[in-house]
Design a protein around this ligand. Structure first.
Ligand code: NAD
Length: 468
């Protein structure tokens, strides 16, 4: 694949310098992506600031443009999905789903009815409260869902009248660059600028003088750096960071009934999902049965190149993440854990790893306490429900969690005791464009999606008119 350029002020912007993007299934170079220069970043910021002067004025124009963007994305599904699979690794069917979700978010925000803010009218004043855009928004995304997570930022930011400078992860810049090129056909110049580069480019963007808002999705460590950088200039921030989601199984659960859904709640996208199930807590008496039910599924899963239609799980996206996953499994085995399924890397040039179910581990082991972000799931037993809720909450993470059981009301009651942004009952990973998503504690600041996500790209403006 060739010809990936940035989009700055509505035109294609190649770069003198570039970096290789690898296909994690083959370890071969897919393409070279442009490394954004200082001047190009300034040009992107200037273009966004200039475009904002007009883009902010007419909500009707913005709705039409967002609808056109959704249409272009739908029409480009084949092209975008193919690029996404070779740079990210996910099966082509999952890439197609991601492209459709990207379009869905644009369509949702095109159709979104901005709620009226309650004003005031009395014998002294007429007070109107409106939401106004913030200006230029920097959007920075990770490598697990490059297109969908960019849409979570772009669609509400643009609808609210902001303009955007977007930077994808250096591991997966290509589909986003392609998207920028496609959307240049339906958005006015400068409204959406897409730049690419290695991590220091992100730091340059967050410290740049022009943007007024940073919307960031990525790791907790980087999120803290982004917050510190934004603080210098009091830029607004939304941070969607890492998770270590617990799934608590209650005593009345039927392991064979939930196993399939629970497994895919942990292993979708090869476990590279911020809100995936990352530790499973099981009543002691059900431990072996749950481990075996999950292990049986793990053994049956087809791992391979995402371009092969039989593939259910692709490779891990990058070497660094592969080493984290291998290291956590090794550490768990050293500490008395055992492998119920999988456990090993798969030979070959690609970053393939067997889906792995670990048992015999408990809290205090890195695989339980940290975010693995890969195809390995620890199953941990418990005796007392109150105690397990405390264990689930005893962490800096607070993204989401779930409770599984036959008595749905009891499960819902336990779910409300989880300290996290989203608590699911008998499911996990379920997100919708209209429902807010965000984390507590170190898992994030602010939310995305729905009216709440839209509001984060606005500030309130009060117009107070004296009467009489
Ligand atoms: P990362 O933090 O390494 O990188 C994320 C993005 O930040 C990349 O585009 C990167 O180039 C950029 N970046 C790096 N250093 C920067 C800096 N100093 N300033 C500004 N930008 C910088 O994360 P990753 O490894 O790409 O993604 C995996 C992490 O993302 C996991 O922890 C996962 O849980 C999290 N995540 C969270 C959500 C959510 O919605 N909460 C969604 C997906 C992923």
């Amino acid at each position: 694949m060739t010809d990936f350029a940035m989009t700055i002020n509505g035109v294609s912007a190649p770069s003198a310098n570039g970096f290789a993007v690898l296909n994690p299934a083959t370890n071969s170079v897919v393409a070279t992506a442009p490394e954004c220069s200082e001047d190009q970043l300034d040009a992107a910021m200037d273009a966004a600031a200039e475009a904002h002067r007009h883009w902010r004025l007419d909500d009707g124009v913005r709705r039409v443009a967002l609808r056109a963007a959704a249409d272009v994305i739908v029409d480009s599904e084949d092209e975008l999905a193919a690029v996404l699979t070779v740079e990210q690794g996910k099966p082509l069917a999952d890439s197609r789903m991601e492209v459709r979700a990207t379009a869905l978010w644009f369509r949702y925000y095109a159709d979104f009815e901005v709620p009226a803010e309650p004003g005031l009218r009395d014998d002294r004043a007429i007070v109107e409260i409106r939401r106004q855009p913030l200006g230029v928004v920097v959007a920075i995304t990770p490598w697990n869902f490059p297109l969908a997570l960019a849409a979570w930022k772009m669609a509400p930011a643009l609808r609210a009248g902001n303009t955007v400078v977007l930077k994808p992860s250096p591991h997966t810049p290509l589909a986003t660059l392609k998207l920028g090129e496609l959307l240049a056909g339906v958005l006015p110049p400068g409204v959406l600028n897409v730049v690419s580069g290695s991590d220091p480019l992100g730091a340059r963007m967050t410290s740049h003088a022009i943007p007024r808002k940073i919307s960031f999705t990525g790791s907790i460590a980087t999120g803290k750096r982004v917050a510190a950088s934004a603080a210098n200039d009091l830029k607004r921030v939304t941070l969607e960071l890492g998770g270590n989601d617990p799934a608590i199984l209650l005593d009345d659960v039927d392991p064979s009934f939930i196993a399939e859904r629970l497994f895919w709640s942990a292993f979708h996208n090869n476990g590279q999902v911020c809100m995936a199930v990352k530790r499973v807590y099981v009543p002691e008496r059900l431990h072996d049965e749950v481990v075996e039910a999950l292990a049986a599924i793990a053994r049956s899963v087809q791992v391979g190149d995402g371009t092969d239609p039989k593939t259910q799980l692709g490779p891990i996206n990058n070497r660094q993440q592969f080493d984290i996953v291998s290291g956590l499994i090794g550490d768990a085995l050293d500490r008395g854990g055992f492998v119920a399924a999988g456990g090993r890397a798969i030979d070959g040039p690609g970053l393939f790893h067997e889906p792995t179910i670990l048992a015999g581990v408990t809290d205090g082991t890195a695989i339980v306490d940290q975010e693995q972000f890969g195809p390995v799931l620890p199953v941990v037993s418990y005796r007392d429900l109150d105690e397990v809720v405390e264990r689930a909450n005893g962490t800096h993470f607070g993204l989401s969690g779930s409770v599984w059981g036959a008595d749905e009301d009891l499960a819902a009651e336990v779910a409300t005791r989880l300290e996290c942004g989203t608590a699911w009952v008998n499911t996990h990973l379920a997100v919708r464009p209209s429902i807010p998503f965000g984390g507590m504690k170190w898992s994030g600041l602010g939310v995305e999606n729905g009216a709440w996500g839209y509001n984060e790209f606005t500030s309130l403006r009060v117009l107070h008119r004296a009467v009489g």
